[in-house]
Design a binder for this molecule. Structure first.
Ligand code: NZQ
Ligand code: ZN
Length: 390
């Protein structure tokens, strides 16, 4: 096992009607800004419930809606202005990954006085922690299980052209309320996205090379098998509470640092996927479903031991030679995504060979020239991966 430091301060409050804990969790006698997205929380009554709970103590409540999927710097700066002008004490994000990520950026940018007038510079740190101490404290009410943003210190923001991750130890939410019922209103395609995003977060930290990390491997395998068990059911029968509850908890646990502690991590699918979203607007999870199988096909020998372990332990593939087992596991993964209604080819999304150069140019621009657990995914290898994904 590799050396590691594991830190995660987020208080998770899980289950039916747990929104009624808000009055205890959010500071009283304080100025609160509620942040939300394009309106689903208004339409389905979640915002009203939140306001009712916050109204139980003498708080002054402000609202900022309109954070789009793949949150934009320009939009978020509108909320930063409110936080600064009104001297907001606490932010409450109500929504999916985009609202939570956007809120993390708002929380940091609002107090980063040394960056006033040049806040866009906060976006450029990639995998290095942004050099800002502190953030406005915030909590989340989660309406979409997928990103794990509710219990991690990452966020992905775009300036309209580039889509880049930011990290800071100050952007763990203080608390996150996970009521699976709040997610019942999601369209099937977003639930399927959530299953796939969680699946890929897990394999990015698991299908690398072995380091004798028994707990992390077995936990990752548990998440993957749970997703395989409940995935189709929770897409097709959205009000099955138990199936959805399992997806919600898997999504959180897949990207809160637990299974990634002490093991090598890949993240090639995510880095290539972010460029595809930025260029073509494809949903985050849909990019991953296209790129991940192609990565495994191209890097089969580098990942051989873990791909075999994945085949045998996750998919129960027992027969055939090594290569055959790995091929079966990749095929079963693709079939699983198809069973959720998620496509696995670039051409399924009308992205052809001509577009590959654009994706490669973006990777180059963002310095994504040595990706994966070993750094051996150069631009040439990324190109080969994208060609395999056509
Ligand atoms: O905007 P509204 O109207 O709320 O609608 C949203 C949005 O259109 C809708 N929705 C959310 N909850 C709903 C609902 N509709 C009905 N009922 C509900 N309960 O769903 C749509 C998609 O929402 P979004 O937040 O964009 O989806 P997701 O949670 O998949 O987040 C994706 C973003 O997270 C980033 C992605 O890059 C992308 O920008 N990621 C963040 C990560 C992190 N912070 O650790 C890691 C991930 O790998 C990912 O990169
Ligand atoms: Zn993801």
């Amino acid at each position: 096992m590799l050396n590691f430091s594991f830190y995660n301060p987020t208080n998770i409050v899980f289950g039916k009607d747990q929104i009624n804990q808000l009055d205890n969790l959010v500071p009283k006698n304080a100025k609160i800004l509620i942040t939300y997205g394009g309106g689903s929380v208004k339409k389905f009554g979640t915002l009203d419930k939140v306001k009712e709970e916050l109204g139980k103590s003498p708080r002054k409540v402000f609202e900022f809606g309109g954070i789009e999927a793949n949150p934009k710097f320009k939009t978020l700066m509108g909320a930063v202005e409110i936080v600064r002008e009104e001297k907001i004490d606490f932010i409450l994000a109500v929504g999916g990954g985009s609202v939570m990520d956007g809120t993390k950026f708002i929380a940091v940018a609002s107090i980063a006085d040394e960056y006033i007038g040049r806040e866009s510079e906060l976006l450029k740190f990639g995998f290095r922690p942004i050099p800002v101490e502190g953030a406005v404290p915030f909590g989340t009410v989660v309406t979409l299980p997928a990103t794990g943003s509710e219990m991690n210190n990452g966020a992905v923001i775009t300036n309209g052209i580039d889509k880049l991750p930011i990290f800071s130890k100050s952007i763990f939410p203080r608390f996150s309320i996970l009521d699976p019922i709040l997610t019942f209103t999601l369209p099937a395609t977003q639930v399927a996205n959530g299953v796939v995003d969680t699946f890929i977060h897990t394999v990015e930290q698991y299908v690398t090379y072995p380091v004798n990390a028994g707990f992390q491997d077995r936990t990752a395998e548990g998440i993957l098998q749970t997703l395989i068990e409940v995935g189709k059911e929770t897409v097709e029968n959205p009000t099955n509470y138990d199936a959805r509850a399992n997806l919600v908890w898997c999504a959180t646990m897949a990207l809160n640092g637990l299974i990634g502690a002490g093991v090598p991590q890949d993240w090639t699918a995510h880095m290539i996927g972010h460029e595809i979203t930025a260029l073509f607007g494809l949903d985050h999870a849909k990019t991953l479903a296209v790129v991940q199988p192609a990565i495994w096909k191209v890097r089969k020998s580098a990942k051989k031991e873990k791909l075999l372990q994945y085949a045998e332990r996750v998919w129960n593939v027992k027969n055939g030679g090594e290569d055959e087992k790995i091929n079966q596991a990749i095929l079963k993964t693709e079939e699983f995504f198809h069973s959720l209604g998620i496509k696995t080819r670039l051409s399924d999304h009308n992205i052809g060979e001509d577009e590959i150069k654009k994706i490669i140019n973006s990777l180059k621009k963002h310095g994504m020239t040595a990706l994966s657990e070993s750094g051996e995914v150069t631009l040439e290898v990324s190109e080969e991966i994208l060609k395999r994904a056509l």
